[in-house]
Design a protein around this ligand. Structure first.
Ligand code: FES
Length: 76
């Protein structure tokens, strides 16, 4: 599962799985380049997936491109 966010003029794609207890990050709140997990508010940088309290812990991020009306997420 991948969560896609639209912030200002960019799209971001990250794993939709919080490494704390597995909540869906897609239901989180986006603010200032980060998403806050809806369960316990761990915050992750949308650019590199780093947890703000300990950047050694990250969620995977994926490149996003726009083609017309389609949002394309590049998977490994
Ligand atoms: S499950 Fe995400 S912060 Fe706890």
């Amino acid at each position: 599962m991948i969560a896609v966010f639209h912030m200002e003029d960019r799209f971001y794609a990250i794993d939709d799985f919080c490494p704390h207890q597995g909540a869906s990050l897609a239901g989180g709140w986006v603010h200032e380049g980060c998403v806050a997990c809806p369960w316990h508010a761990w915050r992750f940088n949308l650019e590199d997936g780093a947890w703000l309290d300990n950047p050694k812990i990250k969620v995977e991020t994926y490149p996003v491109t726009i083609q017309g009306d389609d949002i394309l997420v590049e998977l490994p």
